[in-house]
Write a protein that binds this ligand. Structure first.
Ligand code: CP
Length: 331
Protein backbone atom coordinates (compact mmCIF):
# COMPACT_ATOMS: atom_id res chain seq x y z
CA UNK A 1 0.00 0.00 0.00
CA UNK A 2 1.25 3.45 -0.86
CA UNK A 3 0.72 5.73 2.15
CA UNK A 4 -0.19 9.34 1.56
CA UNK A 5 2.55 11.65 2.77
CA UNK A 6 2.77 13.49 6.08
CA UNK A 7 0.28 11.33 7.89
CA UNK A 8 1.08 10.82 11.53
CA UNK A 9 1.05 7.08 11.10
CA UNK A 10 -0.84 4.19 9.61
CA UNK A 11 -2.97 3.86 12.76
CA UNK A 12 -4.17 7.46 12.48
CA UNK A 13 -4.83 7.03 8.78
CA UNK A 14 -7.04 4.03 9.35
CA UNK A 15 -8.99 5.75 12.11
CA UNK A 16 -7.59 3.49 14.82
CA UNK A 17 -7.03 6.54 17.02
CA UNK A 18 -10.83 6.87 17.13
CA UNK A 19 -11.25 3.27 18.22
CA UNK A 20 -12.32 2.18 14.76
CA UNK A 21 -11.48 -1.12 13.16
CA UNK A 22 -9.19 -0.82 10.15
CA UNK A 23 -11.31 -1.64 7.10
CA UNK A 24 -10.35 -2.69 3.65
CA UNK A 25 -11.57 -0.51 0.82
CA UNK A 26 -11.42 -3.01 -1.94
CA UNK A 27 -13.75 -1.66 -4.62
CA UNK A 28 -13.38 -1.07 -8.33
CA UNK A 29 -15.95 1.75 -8.57
CA UNK A 30 -17.92 4.31 -6.60
CA UNK A 31 -21.42 4.23 -8.05
CA UNK A 32 -23.65 5.19 -5.14
CA UNK A 33 -24.08 5.39 -1.40
CA UNK A 34 -26.42 2.38 -1.51
CA UNK A 35 -23.37 0.15 -1.93
CA UNK A 36 -21.37 1.44 1.04
CA UNK A 37 -21.28 0.16 4.60
CA UNK A 38 -20.94 2.34 7.69
CA UNK A 39 -17.30 1.21 8.07
CA UNK A 40 -16.48 2.08 4.45
CA UNK A 41 -18.06 5.54 4.75
CA UNK A 42 -16.11 6.16 7.96
CA UNK A 43 -12.92 5.04 6.23
CA UNK A 44 -13.48 7.44 3.31
CA UNK A 45 -14.22 10.33 5.71
CA UNK A 46 -11.12 9.56 7.82
CA UNK A 47 -9.00 9.43 4.68
CA UNK A 48 -10.44 12.74 3.44
CA UNK A 49 -9.74 14.34 6.82
CA UNK A 50 -6.10 13.25 6.52
CA UNK A 51 -5.85 14.64 2.98
CA UNK A 52 -7.24 18.09 3.91
CA UNK A 53 -3.86 19.25 5.16
CA UNK A 54 -2.31 18.96 1.68
CA UNK A 55 -4.56 21.76 0.40
CA UNK A 56 -3.26 24.05 3.18
CA UNK A 57 0.37 23.76 2.07
CA UNK A 58 2.20 26.29 0.00
CA UNK A 59 3.02 23.58 -2.55
CA UNK A 60 -0.28 21.72 -2.84
CA UNK A 61 1.00 18.62 -4.57
CA UNK A 62 2.06 15.12 -3.50
CA UNK A 63 3.27 12.25 -5.69
CA UNK A 64 0.67 9.70 -4.53
CA UNK A 65 -0.98 9.12 -7.96
CA UNK A 66 2.02 9.85 -10.18
CA UNK A 67 1.69 7.87 -13.41
CA UNK A 68 -2.10 7.45 -13.06
CA UNK A 69 -4.55 8.95 -15.54
CA UNK A 70 -8.03 10.24 -14.69
CA UNK A 71 -10.59 11.16 -17.37
CA UNK A 72 -13.36 13.58 -16.36
CA UNK A 73 -16.33 13.10 -18.64
CA UNK A 74 -19.20 15.51 -17.94
CA UNK A 75 -22.39 15.27 -20.00
CA UNK A 76 -24.06 17.93 -17.85
CA UNK A 77 -22.82 21.34 -16.67
CA UNK A 78 -20.89 21.49 -13.41
CA UNK A 79 -18.83 24.04 -11.52
CA UNK A 80 -18.01 22.44 -8.15
CA UNK A 81 -17.85 18.72 -8.91
CA UNK A 82 -15.84 18.98 -12.10
CA UNK A 83 -13.38 21.55 -10.78
CA UNK A 84 -12.82 19.81 -7.47
CA UNK A 85 -12.27 16.40 -9.11
CA UNK A 86 -9.68 18.02 -11.40
CA UNK A 87 -7.99 19.81 -8.51
CA UNK A 88 -8.05 16.62 -6.41
CA UNK A 89 -6.43 14.53 -9.15
CA UNK A 90 -3.80 17.20 -9.85
CA UNK A 91 -2.93 17.62 -6.15
CA UNK A 92 -2.20 13.88 -6.12
CA UNK A 93 -0.05 14.24 -9.30
CA UNK A 94 -2.37 12.23 -11.58
CA UNK A 95 -2.58 13.20 -15.25
CA UNK A 96 -6.07 14.49 -16.05
CA UNK A 97 -8.13 14.88 -19.20
CA UNK A 98 -11.43 16.68 -19.31
CA UNK A 99 -14.09 15.94 -21.89
CA UNK A 100 -17.56 17.39 -22.29
CA UNK A 101 -20.43 16.09 -24.39
CA UNK A 102 -20.44 19.12 -26.68
CA UNK A 103 -16.75 18.77 -27.63
CA UNK A 104 -16.71 14.97 -28.03
CA UNK A 105 -17.82 12.80 -30.95
CA UNK A 106 -21.14 12.28 -29.17
CA UNK A 107 -22.34 15.23 -31.24
CA UNK A 108 -21.62 13.09 -34.33
CA UNK A 109 -23.85 10.33 -33.01
CA UNK A 110 -21.35 8.05 -31.21
CA UNK A 111 -23.00 6.11 -28.36
CA UNK A 112 -21.99 6.48 -24.73
CA UNK A 113 -20.65 2.93 -24.59
CA UNK A 114 -18.61 3.32 -27.79
CA UNK A 115 -17.24 6.62 -26.51
CA UNK A 116 -16.18 5.13 -23.20
CA UNK A 117 -14.74 1.98 -24.80
CA UNK A 118 -12.58 4.24 -26.97
CA UNK A 119 -11.49 6.20 -23.92
CA UNK A 120 -10.64 2.96 -22.16
CA UNK A 121 -8.49 1.86 -25.09
CA UNK A 122 -6.19 4.75 -24.08
CA UNK A 123 -5.70 3.02 -20.68
CA UNK A 124 -6.97 5.54 -18.12
CA UNK A 125 -7.06 4.38 -14.50
CA UNK A 126 -10.35 6.08 -13.69
CA UNK A 127 -13.27 7.66 -15.51
CA UNK A 128 -15.30 10.20 -13.55
CA UNK A 129 -18.69 10.60 -15.20
CA UNK A 130 -21.69 12.89 -14.83
CA UNK A 131 -24.65 11.94 -16.99
CA UNK A 132 -28.29 12.99 -17.31
CA UNK A 133 -29.45 9.36 -17.40
CA UNK A 134 -29.88 7.56 -14.09
CA UNK A 135 -27.77 4.40 -14.13
CA UNK A 136 -25.27 5.49 -16.82
CA UNK A 137 -22.21 4.98 -14.52
CA UNK A 138 -23.52 1.53 -13.53
CA UNK A 139 -23.82 0.53 -17.18
CA UNK A 140 -20.27 1.68 -17.87
CA UNK A 141 -18.83 -0.08 -14.84
CA UNK A 142 -20.04 -3.39 -16.30
CA UNK A 143 -18.45 -2.62 -19.67
CA UNK A 144 -14.98 -1.40 -18.73
CA UNK A 145 -12.11 -2.42 -16.48
CA UNK A 146 -11.16 1.13 -15.43
CA UNK A 147 -12.53 2.52 -12.19
CA UNK A 148 -15.82 4.41 -12.68
CA UNK A 149 -16.78 7.22 -10.30
CA UNK A 150 -20.32 8.57 -10.37
CA UNK A 151 -20.25 12.40 -10.37
CA UNK A 152 -24.07 12.56 -10.55
CA UNK A 153 -26.42 10.41 -12.64
CA UNK A 154 -29.83 11.81 -13.59
CA UNK A 155 -32.14 11.93 -10.60
CA UNK A 156 -30.50 8.88 -9.03
CA UNK A 157 -27.35 9.53 -6.95
CA UNK A 158 -24.53 12.00 -6.33
CA UNK A 159 -22.38 9.99 -3.91
CA UNK A 160 -19.37 12.33 -3.68
CA UNK A 161 -21.72 15.19 -2.72
CA UNK A 162 -23.15 13.12 0.15
CA UNK A 163 -19.63 12.26 1.31
CA UNK A 164 -18.47 15.89 1.33
CA UNK A 165 -21.69 16.87 3.10
CA UNK A 166 -21.09 14.25 5.79
CA UNK A 167 -17.44 15.26 6.16
CA UNK A 168 -18.61 18.85 6.78
CA UNK A 169 -21.26 17.78 9.31
CA UNK A 170 -18.84 15.46 11.15
CA UNK A 171 -16.12 18.11 11.23
CA UNK A 172 -18.42 20.74 12.79
CA UNK A 173 -20.73 18.58 14.91
CA UNK A 174 -18.18 15.90 15.85
CA UNK A 175 -20.50 13.02 14.93
CA UNK A 176 -23.12 11.80 12.48
CA UNK A 177 -24.98 9.34 14.70
CA UNK A 178 -28.07 10.94 16.24
CA UNK A 179 -27.67 14.20 14.30
CA UNK A 180 -31.02 15.72 13.28
CA UNK A 181 -30.71 16.58 9.60
CA UNK A 182 -33.53 18.31 7.69
CA UNK A 183 -33.54 18.28 3.89
CA UNK A 184 -35.95 20.71 2.19
CA UNK A 185 -36.86 20.96 -1.47
CA UNK A 186 -37.60 18.93 -4.57
CA UNK A 187 -36.76 15.51 -3.16
CA UNK A 188 -38.16 13.65 -6.18
CA UNK A 189 -35.66 15.09 -8.63
CA UNK A 190 -32.68 15.49 -6.29
CA UNK A 191 -29.80 13.03 -6.57
CA UNK A 192 -28.17 14.95 -3.70
CA UNK A 193 -31.16 14.24 -1.44
CA UNK A 194 -31.24 10.56 -2.38
CA UNK A 195 -27.52 9.97 -1.71
CA UNK A 196 -27.71 11.90 1.56
CA UNK A 197 -30.85 10.13 2.81
CA UNK A 198 -29.26 6.73 2.19
CA UNK A 199 -25.84 7.61 3.62
CA UNK A 200 -27.07 9.55 6.64
CA UNK A 201 -29.41 6.72 7.63
CA UNK A 202 -26.50 4.26 7.25
CA UNK A 203 -24.51 6.45 9.64
CA UNK A 204 -27.35 6.62 12.20
CA UNK A 205 -28.51 10.22 11.66
CA UNK A 206 -32.21 11.18 12.05
CA UNK A 207 -33.35 12.49 8.66
CA UNK A 208 -36.41 14.66 8.06
CA UNK A 209 -37.48 15.73 4.59
CA UNK A 210 -39.88 18.50 3.66
CA UNK A 211 -41.31 19.80 0.42
CA UNK A 212 -44.56 20.37 -1.44
CA UNK A 213 -46.40 17.07 -2.01
CA UNK A 214 -45.68 17.43 -5.76
CA UNK A 215 -41.95 17.28 -4.97
CA UNK A 216 -41.96 14.23 -2.68
CA UNK A 217 -41.64 10.81 -4.34
CA UNK A 218 -43.90 7.85 -3.48
CA UNK A 219 -42.52 5.31 -0.99
CA UNK A 220 -40.26 7.97 0.54
CA UNK A 221 -40.79 6.41 3.99
CA UNK A 222 -38.81 3.37 2.78
CA UNK A 223 -35.66 5.48 3.21
CA UNK A 224 -36.35 5.59 6.94
CA UNK A 225 -36.94 9.35 6.95
CA UNK A 226 -39.64 11.48 8.58
CA UNK A 227 -41.81 13.30 6.02
CA UNK A 228 -43.23 16.84 6.29
CA UNK A 229 -45.23 18.90 3.81
CA UNK A 230 -44.35 22.20 5.46
CA UNK A 231 -40.86 23.27 6.58
CA UNK A 232 -41.76 24.48 10.10
CA UNK A 233 -42.17 21.05 11.76
CA UNK A 234 -39.14 19.68 9.96
CA UNK A 235 -36.95 22.56 11.13
CA UNK A 236 -37.83 22.35 14.83
CA UNK A 237 -34.63 21.53 16.74
CA UNK A 238 -32.72 20.57 13.59
CA UNK A 239 -28.90 20.43 13.87
CA UNK A 240 -28.31 20.58 10.13
CA UNK A 241 -30.50 22.11 7.42
CA UNK A 242 -29.81 21.15 3.84
CA UNK A 243 -31.62 23.31 1.31
CA UNK A 244 -31.91 21.93 -2.21
CA UNK A 245 -31.78 23.88 -5.43
CA UNK A 246 -35.23 24.44 -6.86
CA UNK A 247 -34.91 23.46 -10.46
CA UNK A 248 -36.74 26.46 -11.87
CA UNK A 249 -37.04 24.69 -15.20
CA UNK A 250 -39.39 22.23 -13.46
CA UNK A 251 -41.80 24.99 -12.46
CA UNK A 252 -43.10 24.61 -16.01
CA UNK A 253 -44.25 21.13 -14.98
CA UNK A 254 -46.61 22.81 -12.45
CA UNK A 255 -44.82 21.31 -9.44
CA UNK A 256 -45.18 24.71 -7.81
CA UNK A 257 -46.88 27.96 -8.94
CA UNK A 258 -43.69 30.02 -9.03
CA UNK A 259 -40.43 31.12 -7.41
CA UNK A 260 -42.05 33.80 -5.23
CA UNK A 261 -44.56 31.34 -3.75
CA UNK A 262 -41.81 28.81 -3.18
CA UNK A 263 -39.70 31.36 -1.28
CA UNK A 264 -42.71 32.32 0.83
CA UNK A 265 -43.79 28.80 1.79
CA UNK A 266 -40.55 26.78 1.74
CA UNK A 267 -37.57 29.16 1.56
CA UNK A 268 -35.09 29.29 4.44
CA UNK A 269 -35.06 32.81 5.90
CA UNK A 270 -33.85 34.18 9.27
CA UNK A 271 -37.31 33.69 10.85
CA UNK A 272 -37.50 30.00 9.92
CA UNK A 273 -33.88 29.51 11.02
CA UNK A 274 -34.94 30.49 14.57
CA UNK A 275 -36.89 27.21 14.78
CA UNK A 276 -33.67 25.16 14.50
CA UNK A 277 -31.16 24.24 17.21
CA UNK A 278 -29.23 27.35 18.36
CA UNK A 279 -25.99 26.00 16.84
CA UNK A 280 -27.59 24.68 13.64
CA UNK A 281 -25.61 24.75 10.40
CA UNK A 282 -27.01 25.57 6.96
CA UNK A 283 -25.89 23.65 3.89
CA UNK A 284 -26.63 23.86 0.18
CA UNK A 285 -25.00 21.75 -2.55
CA UNK A 286 -25.09 24.64 -5.04
CA UNK A 287 -25.80 26.23 -7.37
CA UNK A 288 -28.10 28.38 -5.19
CA UNK A 289 -31.16 30.35 -6.26
CA UNK A 290 -30.71 33.26 -3.88
CA UNK A 291 -34.07 34.58 -2.74
CA UNK A 292 -35.88 31.38 -3.73
CA UNK A 293 -34.94 28.34 -1.60
CA UNK A 294 -32.55 30.36 0.57
CA UNK A 295 -32.45 34.05 1.47
CA UNK A 296 -29.15 35.91 0.94
CA UNK A 297 -29.00 36.72 4.70
CA UNK A 298 -29.00 33.00 5.52
CA UNK A 299 -26.73 31.96 2.63
CA UNK A 300 -24.08 34.49 3.70
CA UNK A 301 -24.83 34.41 7.42
CA UNK A 302 -22.88 32.96 10.35
CA UNK A 303 -24.67 29.57 10.25
CA UNK A 304 -23.84 28.94 6.61
CA UNK A 305 -21.16 26.30 5.89
CA UNK A 306 -21.78 26.29 2.14
CA UNK A 307 -18.20 27.18 1.21
CA UNK A 308 -16.81 24.67 3.76
CA UNK A 309 -18.72 22.04 1.79
CA UNK A 310 -16.89 23.12 -1.36
CA UNK A 311 -13.49 22.99 0.39
CA UNK A 312 -14.28 19.50 1.68
CA UNK A 313 -15.24 18.41 -1.83
CA UNK A 314 -11.58 18.49 -2.84
CA UNK A 315 -10.51 16.39 0.18
CA UNK A 316 -13.25 13.80 -0.36
CA UNK A 317 -12.38 13.44 -4.04
CA UNK A 318 -8.68 13.13 -3.23
CA UNK A 319 -9.53 10.38 -0.74
CA UNK A 320 -11.68 8.50 -3.24
CA UNK A 321 -9.13 8.68 -6.04
CA UNK A 322 -6.48 7.45 -3.61
CA UNK A 323 -8.63 4.60 -2.27
CA UNK A 324 -9.89 3.50 -5.69
CA UNK A 325 -6.77 3.77 -7.84
CA UNK A 326 -3.97 4.51 -5.40
CA UNK A 327 -3.06 1.03 -4.37
CA UNK A 328 -5.35 -0.27 -1.61
CA UNK A 329 -7.46 -2.32 -4.04
CA UNK A 330 -6.42 -5.89 -4.85
CA UNK A 331 -5.58 -6.12 -8.54
N1 CP B 1 -23.06 20.31 -6.08
C1 CP B 1 -22.86 20.14 -7.39
O1 CP B 1 -22.96 19.02 -7.93
O2 CP B 1 -22.51 21.29 -8.07
P1 CP B 1 -22.11 21.34 -9.60
O3 CP B 1 -23.32 21.01 -10.41
O4 CP B 1 -21.61 22.74 -9.84
O5 CP B 1 -21.03 20.32 -9.82
Amino acid sequence: MQAPPRLKGREVFFGLDKGLKAVEFNRKDLLGMEDLSREEITHILDTAEAFKEISEREIKKVPTLRGKTVVHFFYEPSTRTRTSFEIAAKRLSADTISLSASTSSLVKGETLIDTVRNLEAMKPDAIVIRHSSSGAPHLLSQQIKSTVINAGDGTHEHPTQALLDMLTMREIKGKLEGLRVTIIGDITHSRVARSNMIALRTMGAEVRVAGPPTMLPPQLEEYGVEIFHRPEGALEGADVIMMLRIQLERMKQHLFPGAREYARYYGLNPKRLELCAPDAIVMHPGPMNRGVEISPEVADGPYSVILDQVTNGVAVRMALLYLLIGGERDT
